[in-house]
Design a protein around this ligand. Sequence first.
Ligand SMILES: NC(=O)c1ccc[n+]([C@@H]2O[C@H](COP(=O)([O-])OP(=O)(O)OC[C@H]3O[C@@H](n4cnc5c(N)ncnc54)[C@H](OP(=O)(O)O)[C@@H]3O)[C@@H](O)[C@H]2O)c1
Length: 289
Amino acid sequence: MADAPLMAGKSVLVTGGTSGIGKATAIGLAALGARVGITGRDPARTEAAAAGIRATTGSPAVDAFPADMSVQAGVRRLAAQVLDTYPRLDVLVNNAGGFWAHRHVTADGLEHTFALNHLAPFLLTSLLLDRLTASAPARILNVSSAAHTRGRIDFDDLQGERDYSGQRAYSQSKLANVMFTYELARRLQGTGVTATVLHPGVVRTGFGAEDQAEYLAVVIRVARLFMKTSAQGAATPIYLASSPEVEGITGRYFVNRKPKTSSKASYDTTAAARLWQASIDLAGMTATE
Ligand SMILES: NC(=O)c1ccc[n+]([C@@H]2O[C@H](COP(=O)([O-])OP(=O)(O)OC[C@H]3O[C@@H](n4cnc5c(N)ncnc54)[C@H](OP(=O)(O)O)[C@@H]3O)[C@@H](O)[C@H]2O)c1
């Protein structure tokens, strides 16, 4: 008798699954037998992506969860829908994110890069944590970037109000992803839920296209020729979500499916605890969330 697929019986949520690395990750995990939910801002585009993943993999178990995750009410609605739809949640892949060359402000009055890249996964993870814990062993993956090595958490100007640069905001948010993961892993010790963080490589996607820095446009057009495909960029998240080799591994940063040392700043536990509290405050979370 053939072995059951690796992810049979498992439910996975991949944020930002309509394109790029998230969509390729969703395809890989659906192909391994998981029930997969994807998110995206636009209902029609999200449903079309889910239909495409069903067609590519032959798996009917692909669900569309439209949500604008830059808005906290959107994250809260998304969490409620996932909890209603998935009686168990084995893997959460916090992938949705991006780069904006100019400063934008969300409906909550927060700087967009920080709100989407860091606060949204922070809040979503918290809202889904009881379901993940009840489904343990479970895994949380955060898609960061090698750009985190250039990041600094500017506690005096987290929202880039005084001085915004797209590169600085992006690097800060990706450092926040790494610090959040390490702090989460410390807090989840003994629960059977692991937290890992990864750099997917430099990948040819829609990344940064919404608001591209003019000075980078030509460089990016040339560099795209040498970038990884989305499927190649999805190799590490698929590995971390599914492989028995990383069962129980937590609080580590991965590149090309291998654990790697992240930046010195990312291991600062005092700053991580401070960022955690600031994130609770900025996400408007209650004491029980
Ligand atoms: N590409 C790279 O070279 C690279 C390198 C290092 C790290 N990363 C990281 O990889 C992750 C995925 O990026 P990508 O390269 O695959 O980019 P992408 O092709 O632009 O995909 C971004 C995904 O996020 C979703 N998204 C964007 N804004 C959203 C919002 N407000 N609410 C909900 N979903 C939203 C998009 O969906 P809709 O547009 O349909 O809403 C899309 O599915 C990001 O976290 C990025 O920082 C990328």
